[in-house]
Design a binder for this molecule. Structure first.
Ligand code: NAD
Length: 426
């Protein structure tokens, strides 16, 4: 662990992510006056699968990994959610992420329920062969869970198009027919959608710009800090800087940098790509701590790394006027209270990073129809959908005089609760 990551870990409040999800769910349920039956149906996942995966490692030894798949809800359609590879993966984290997927799909207005998966592993310490064996073993274990109309995985932290290619291949071999729509975020030549790789970051930018319009902030006069420089963080930074926002701070798990003149994001991305995927050693800014990325003097803060980064301990030091959550669950419930009382506007994860699942849905639609869209078509549809979702949540927040986060829960839980009622009694 580098000094920077050590410091960042210290800012983490020990908050159980599933409890964090439930605490907001409870507030929304009260506002909606949700009846007890529907409350009980919606608060718990409908399926929890935990598997042990024995994998032959390159050193000749067998290592047993723990894998998870949680289906939170299938009320609105087949469940949808990514697969995370990280040492931090645990049951409660995956349960929270699965619930967030259910709310996110309802907000994005796509016909899916929510799920999530993960394996407790350190992908950066594994060879390509080990990762392939692990991914294929996970797919075999989850064969009965996954399905084109049942449960559709996608990438998340630590996974990408390569893992999705192994999943589609393993699943198709067992089924005996090529089934590209069983997973999204695939490489383009295996049925992936143009625009999917950039979709989440593009959506984070769109929701930031929509919020800036409401707050009378001119992007060309604004500065931003972006935590995390993977798929979501780097594209968010790139898209924001395309809109004229100056990116003063960037970071990943290896290091954090500040540049008062703003970073050239294309340059930082090409440095990362030529440096084993990390920013460490980048020399176009001053080295700062990861904690300082969150509290530096900027107008917009985009946490795009992981959960529990903005906590009751550091929330009072945050100077940004607007927080746009690219990551899932970066702000704890304790921090929310402090930020709300300071008048800081938070565009919550379930709204801000919904561009990824929206284009995943487009990929699934294209796989099913066999007709593929241009990148421009994908981006225009995704942007239109993000703007609509943003305004739905903004209007809900104004109607009930509640934060955007609680509005997002109210909007999505109301929609799913109506689905429960329409389906009838149990
Ligand atoms: P990724 O693996 O591509 O990148 C993660 C980035 O975060 C890396 O740069 C990593 O170094 C950095 N990071 C990890 N730990 C950190 C720490 N302690 N401090 C600072 N940086 C740290 O993952 P991603 O796909 O970009 O996902 C990031 C977040 O966005 C996750 O919360 C994920 O659930 C969420 N998300 C991703 C997508 C998607 O389409 N990829 C969609 C919606 C939400």
């Amino acid at each position: 662990m580098t000094p920077e990551t050590k410091e960042l870990k210290m800012t983490k409040e020990s908050e159980n992510p599933f409890q964090a999800m439930l605490s907001r769910f409870n507030v929304a349920a009260k506002i909606l006056n949700l009846d007890e039956d529907t409350y009980n149906i919606l608060k718990s996942p409908i399926k929890q699968v935990v598997v042990s995966l024995p994998i032959l490692m390159d050193n000749g030894k067998v290592q047993v990994f723990e894998g998870y798949r949680i289906v939170h809800s299938t009320v609105m359609g087949p469940s949808k959610g990514g697969i995370r590879y990280s040492m931090d993966v645990n049951l409660d984290e995956v349960k929270a992420l699965a619930a967030w997927m259910a709310w996110k799909c309802a907000i994005a207005d796509i016909p899916y329920g929510g799920s999530k998966g993960g394996i407790t592993c350190n992908p950066s310490k594994m060879s390509k062969g080990e990762l392939e064996r692990l991914t294929r073993a996970y797919t075999r274990s989850m064969y009965d869970i996954f399905g084109l109309d049942k449960d559709i995985p996608a990438p998340d932290m630590g996974t990408g198009p390569q893992e999705m290619a192994w999943i589609v291949d393993e699943y198709s071999r067992i089924k005996g027919e090529f089934t590209p729509g069983v997973v999204t975020g695939k490489p383009i030549n295996l049925g992936g959608s143009l625009g999917r790789a950039e979709a989440t970051g593009l959506g984070v930018m769109v929701s930031a710009i929509e919020a800036m319009k409401k707050l009378n902030m001119d992007p060309a006069k604004c500065t931003a800090a972006v935590q995390g420089f993977g798929n979501v963080g780097s594209i968010t930074a790139k898209q924001l800087s395309k809109k004229g926002v100056k990116i003063l701070a960037i970071s990943d798990h290896t290091s954090a940098f500040y540049n008062e003149n703003g970073f050239d994001i294309a340059d930082a991305i090409s440095y990362r790509d030529s440096n084993k995927g990390v920013l460490s050693g980048y020399n176009k800014g001053t080295l700062i701590t990861n904690a300082e990325v969150l509290t530096c003097n900027v107008d917009v803060l985009a946490p795009c790394a992981m959960e529990n980064q903005i906590t009751a301990e550091n929330a009072s030091e945050i100077k940004a006027k607007l927080i746009v959550e690219g990551a899932n669950g970066p702000t704890t419930a304790g921090a929310d209270e402090i930020l709300n009382s300071k008048g800081i506007i938070i565009v919550p994860d379930v709204l801000a990073n919904g561009g990824g699942v929206t284009v995943s849905y487009f990929e699934w639609v294209q796989n099913r129809s066999g007709h593929y869209w241009s990148e421009e078509e994908v981006n225009v549809k995704a942007e239109t959908s993000m703007i609509k979702a943003f305004n739905n949540i903004w209007n809900t927040s104004e109607l009930h005089k509640i934060s955007l986060r609680i509005a997002a829960y109210v909007y999505s839980i109301d929609k799913i609760a109506k689905g429960v009622k329409a389906k009838g009694n149990y």
